[in-house]
Design a protein around this ligand. Structure first.
Ligand code: GDP
Length: 138
């Protein structure tokens, strides 16, 4: 099934000049960039994006990290895009990520883990409009 998913290149990876490398990995796996921009979130915007994690012990630290510098947000489209992106990213904790995944290769630790990808169609439905209007998704 053709799906859309929201992907973020997080501040750690943007700071290491990995934008092109990371986008190439998605494109080489048949995903198409439908929307893309570089932005910097405020702490409040990061808190809103990660609202599902508001009761987790790492919420404050995670939202500090996600607002510390620029990020690249994009909508990727393709067959089974949501699960495909998650597979290309690898496990949340890079110590558990498979060889050849983005997080295995570029993540620093469980928090500073280079990329985000929506984990379900419901998440994608919240996350895509958080950053993009319908006019920006092509
Ligand atoms: P994801 O779907 O693989 O991104 O993982 P989650 O939805 O569980 O967590 C969201 C984000 O919170 C992760 O990508 C990490 O940046 C961060 N995170 C997850 N678990 C932990 C943790 O145990 N400690 C810290 N500090 N950050 C975490």
């Amino acid at each position: 099934m053709i799906e859309k998913t929201l992907v973020i290149i997080k501040p750690d990876a943007v700071g290491k000049n990995l934008i092109g490398e990371i986008i190439a990995r998605f494109e080489k796996n048949g995903l198409r960039v439908a929307a893309l921009k570089k932005i910097k979130m405020s702490k409040e915007e990061a808190k809103g994006f990660y609202i599902v994690h508001k009761d987790r012990p790492f919420y404050d630290s995670l939202t500090d990290f996600m607002s510390e510098g620029p990020i690249v947000v994009m909508v990727l489209e393709g067959d089974d895009a949501i699960s495909k992106v998650r597979k290309i990213m690898g496990a949340t904790n890079p110590a558990q990520a498979e060889e050849g995944t983005i997080r295995k290769d570029f993540a620093e630790n469980i928090e500073r883990n280079a990329v985000h990808g929506s984990d379900s169609p419901q998440s994608a439905q919240y996350e895509i409009p958080y950053f993009f209007s319908t006019l920006e998704i092509l």
